[in-house]
Design a protein around this ligand. Structure first.
Ligand SMILES: *Cc1c(COP(=O)(O)O)cnc(C)c1O
Length: 385
């Protein structure tokens, strides 16, 4: 693909971030990297290869198809499926050795029956028991964990290989939210103990995602599940500034640069309007640069007005509505710094020349960096730098 609108993946930054995360773990704590949603838009195969090279043992996916893609690319790490799949997909879990999260007596029984009819030998599939300690999403309640673990391990072809829970507000510094996280943690410890009380090894237990990895080192358990920080962004209030304040030495760099090129520069007289809805009227004679990028690429329509893009080290405002495939930038009259075909950075790491990161766009669009990153669509080619 030769299209100029693309996402450049700074491989060295990805490696740097993973090393930074490994650095904050106690010896023996395992790392699971979330490569779901194509690694938050960063190319799951590349991320998985780098993670494997650095000794990361677990990768987290959200769909069975994501797991199959990684297996077909030769990824050998444990694949942990964080979302539930439907019975039609069960045999693919066996075929590709994907570890699902299970809970609920009916689901476990159904899963166990399908496993019985699939396996012709005495092989067992690793499964993890999901516990809902307060996220309000998936999982059994802590007091059900013991019985459900018994059900799993009494199955012919399933083996409990771990337990996990997920925090709802660990990315907030408000005292009541930090207290809630502590309650969730305690409930999870109880759930693990209920399983042990049944004489069952709970396996590799995990609860911390990015926020708790950084802010709750006492909650790392056997493994942590790192998502957004892998890709160079901080989870909400657990920012670089906050970590510096609590004397925590941690540094990450954005990995992805979203870029395009100037494909036209047109003179606009005072009073002429730009784009749909005529929301932008030129206040004086100016030049408008046209960019071949729009909301169908993931440049959300709500970013304008407000969005500025970087051309040759300077920011210029996107003007008028962002269209599906194009948008316009007011570069001012006869600007010697902007020429046809110049590179334009929408966001990215410093190395890319961008002055904005995905966090800045997120603020502008009233969302989070996670959504800005995963909004980049398929037609934006990922190029490895
Ligand atoms: C996505 C996800 C993670 C990673 O979250 P980050 O905040 O990006 O670190 C961890 N655990 C579960 C269950 C998830 O769904």
């Amino acid at each position: 693909m030769k299209r100029c609108t693309k996402a450049v993946i700074y491989k060295d930054n990805l490696e740097y971030n993973i090393k930074q995360i490994l650095n904050v773990l106690k010896p023996g704590t395992k790392l699971c990297i979330a490569v779901k949603a194509d690694s938050y838009g960063h190319n799951a195969i590349l991320t998985s290869q780098i993670a494997q090279k650095l000794g990361v043992e677990y990768l987290a996916i959200a769909t069975v198809d994501e797991g199959i893609e990684l297996r077909k690319a030769g990824i050998k790490a444990n694949l942990l499926l964080l979302s539930l799949c439907i019975p039609d997909e069960f045999t693919e879990l066996f075929e590709y050795d994907i570890t699902p999260l299970v809970f609920g007596k009916e689901y476990i029984k159904l899963f166990s029956d399908v496993a019985d009819s699939y396996y012709k030998n005495d092989k067992k599939l690793n499964v993890q028991l999901a516990v809902d300690t307060g996220m309000g999403r998936i999982g059994c309640y802590p007091e059900e964990a013991g019985e459900e673990a018994v059900l799993i391990n009494s199955s012919n072809h399933l083996k409990l290989s771990g337990m996990c829970t997920h925090f709802a507000v660990s990315d907030s510094l408000a005292e009541k939210n930090q207290d809630f996280t502590k309650e969730q943690y305690k409930a999870f410890v109880n759930a693990v103990n209920y399983v042990k009380d049944k004489g069952i090894d709970p396996g590799v237990c995990s609860c911390a995602a990015s926020a708790a990895i950084l802010n709750n080192p006492d909650m790392h358990f056997d493994m942590v599940r790192s998502g957004i920080i892998t890709y160079g962004y901080y989870p909400d209030e657990i920012t670089k500034e906050y970590l510096t304040k609590i004397h925590k030495d941690f540094d990450i760099k954005p990995v992805l640069a979203f870029q395009t090129q100037v494909v036209a520069i047109r003179p606009f007289p005072k009073g002429k309007s730009v784009s749909y809805g005529r929301t932008y009227i030129c206040k004086k004679d100016t030049d408008i640069a046209v960019l071949p990028v729009g909301y169908a690429d993931g440049l959300l329509r709500r970013f304008s007005p407000g969005l500025e893009v970087t051309i040759n080290g300077k920011n210029y405002p996107v003007c008028g509505r962002i269209c599906m495939d194009q948008c316009m930038v007011d570069i001012g009259k006869n600007n010697p710094d902007v020429k046809l075909w110049d590179k334009v950075l929408i966001f990215g790491p410093k190395e890319s020349g961008a002055l904005n990161d995905a966090e800045a766009l997120a603020k502008l669009g009233n969302t989070i960096s996670y959504e800005v990153l995963t909004s980049l669509t398929k037609r934006v080619e990922r190029v490895i730098e």
